[in-house]
Write a protein of this length. Structure first.
Length: 123
């Protein structure tokens, strides 16, 4: 296990060194994968400036509260972003999305808030 953690930490270190980002954020959904990845980066990476959670409005409040508590546990600032339009607004205008509309929902609910985080990090 220590070897895998070392490999992951080295990958993070190399990425930060090569790309020299203005800010380093861990994206956290509240699920196991992003929680473990955030913990790994915060514990073994060269630096983490904070966590980012995209609150799409369609998850459960328990998940959002877990993310907030986890940020406190990791002692990292949490940026919680919301989409410019709610899922309900989109459904009322366009109907319930099927598989072909996934990319549009992703764009509205997640990609736009992530772009905002990027703009703020660069300013």
């Amino acid at each position: 296990m220590e070897d895998l953690i070392g490999q992951a930490a080295e990958t993070i270190r190399k990425a930060v060194e090569e790309y020299m980002p203005a800010k380093v954020y861990c994206l956290i959904s509240g699920g196991n994968d992003s929680s473990v990845a955030s913990h790994l980066a915060a514990s073994y990476g060269p630096r983490v400036d904070g966590l980012v959670h995209i609150n799409t409005g369609i998850g459960i409040e328990d998940t959002r509260e877990f993310v907030r508590e986890y940020a406190r546990y990791l002692q990292l600032p949490l940026t919680e972003k919301h989409p410019p339009r709610t899922y309900e607004e989109l459904v009322l205008e366009y109907g319930f999305p099927g598989p072909a509309a996934h990319r549009y929902m992703y764009s509205w609910l997640k990609e736009r808030p992530l772009r905002q985080v990027r703009r703020e990090a660069q300013s």
